[in-house]
Design a binder for this molecule. Structure first.
Ligand code: UD1
Length: 426
């Protein structure tokens, strides 16, 4: 019998991080942008693509659909070419990466048909896809849920038509999926209450390079005038603001000094404000951000997550570690996902005093955390455990780090460059 060992991180904590880190391209921009290549048979060259498990899953999905993909991880470049020859995104791939749902819009827009398995991904709540489905119906897709698949057909000569879509709730991938579908629909589509995330803007900018006519991306009203055909393009993926925030917080939690290069400070306003409130000395210089926490005490900060430009839910777990180590009491409220506190019990195993009350965590700061064996439950939860391990006294073992590999490029080497003691063990 083959034994399958799941990788863990072993972290020896207590060392102040000190150094510089290059920020990678954003996972949440790379995935929709990879999938938007479905909309053309021409060559799409993507640069600054992070080397991540989710990116590899996405390439596999595109190859399954018939695209030719040349992946050069050492250059951060992917070249995609050729028309899709299939319209089925299988359960095997979709279950590991929820973002695969974003194949639905481009597939039905390009081929007139799509079958995409209902998604899996991070276990952070129910995460329905009703808004994606409702929007596509508004554009003339007929949709059935059958055998665990969403089966969509564009009625009316196989082409979607424009629609007026009012999103009941702000959804990032929902906005992206519908924006992609609308690029090839006949006529004008308006998406109201659209997500404002920088990754939506990056996708729109890539689509516009491909010949799409999208206006208003980054505002709550996006207008897309459908075109007959999209062409190829070259596009560099925007910097990962969540990776940036994660390294800044790791520096602060360990009372060190960390500079993140090649990032986009303007996408991080809400987070940087909270880090300043936490008493970090934050300086911004062009595309670099430095957090200096040497000889400074962490102050507690109250945080409420919200869609962009509010405080990102993807930074909620990491900032909770700062509050766990702060000099006082604070609260962290999660408003986007209903089950995103799985890191709390693990942080408490490390000596934190955190209490979940409904969708809020009350954080009573402690002087230090202690190394322990802890378990990752999802991508950002695992980042919080790694930060806690770096700040804690003694050795921390973080289990199931495959979650972290989904979203953080070269995590061990980047942390080691900053002076952290982390290794992958089996
Ligand atoms: C994206 C990000 C994820 C981030 C999240 C919120 C990607 C690949 N992932 O996820 O990292 O945590 O935005 O910033 O970009 N909802 C519905 N119906 C739908 C769709 C969503 O009710 O059809 C709800 C969700 O359950 C959630 C809220 O809307 O409560 C926001 O979710 P959404 O923005 O869609 O998250 P994702 O796009 O999946």
């Amino acid at each position: 019998m083959t034994s399958f060992k799941i990788a863990k991180f072993q972290i020896e904590g207590g060392k102040a991080l000190d150094g510089e880190v290059q920020i990678s391209g954003a996972k949440n921009a790379a995935l929709p942008i990879l999938l938007c290549s479905i909309l053309t048979s021409e060559k799409v060259v993507l640069k600054n693509v992070p080397d991540l498990a989710d990116v590899k899953t996405c390439i596999q999905l595109l190859e399954d659909l018939g695209k030719k993909c040349l992946y050069e991880p050492q250059n951060g470049q992917i070249t995609l070419e050729g028309a899709v020859t299939s319209f089925v995104a299988s359960y095997e791939l979709v279950k590991t990466m929820r973002a695969s749902i974003m194949a639905l819009g481009p597939l039905v827009a390009y081929t007139g048909k799509a079958e995409v398995s209902l998604p899996g991904g991070c276990a952070i709540g129910a995460r329905p896809v009703d808004l994606h489905i409702k929007g596509l119906k508004e554009m003339g897709a007929q949709i059935r849920l059958e055998d665990g698949y969403i089966k969509a057909t564009a009625v009316g000569l196989g082409r979607l038509h424009g629609g007026h879509i009012i999103m009941d709730k702000v959804s990032v991938t929902g906005t992206e999926n519908l924006m992609m579908a609308a690029t090839l629909a006949e006529g004008e589509t308006v998406i109201e209450n659209a997500a404002l995330e920088p990754e939506v803007i990056d996708l729109a900018s890539c689509l516009n390079k491909m010949g799409a006519k999208i206006e208003g991306a980054g505002t709550s009203r996006v207008v897309i005038n459908g075109v007959e055909k999209l062409n190829g393009c070259t596009h560099a993926i925007v910097a990962d603001r969540i990776e940036t925030g994660t390294y800044l917080i790791a520096g602060i939690a360990t009372h060190g000094i960390v500079t993140c290069h090649n990032t986009m400070p303007s996408t991080l306003d809400a987070l940087l404000q909270k880090l300043r409130d936490a008493n970090a000395l934050i300086t911004v210089d062009g595309t670099s951000i430095t957090a200096d926490m040497r000889n400074r005490q962490i102050h507690p900060v109250d945080v409420v997550t919200a869609p962009h430009p509010g405080f990102p839910t993807d930074m909620q777990a990491q900032i909770t570690v700062l509050n766990a180590l702060a000099s006082g009491v604070s609260s962290v409220t999660e408003t986007i996902f209903e089950n995103r506190f799985m890191h709390i019990a693990e942080l408490n195993r490390m000596g934190a005093h955190l209490e979940i009350r409904g969708n809020t965590v009350i954080c009573e700061g402690v002087a230090s955390l202690k190394g322990a064996q802890v378990m990752s439950s999802d991508l950002r939860a695992s980042a919080s455990l790694v930060i806690a391990g770096l700040a804690a006294e003694g050795i921390t073992i973080v289990d199931r780090i495959y979650h972290m590999d989904r979203g953080y490029e070269h995590i061990e080497s980047k942390i080691r460059m900053l002076g952290g003691d982390i290794k992958r063990i089996y």
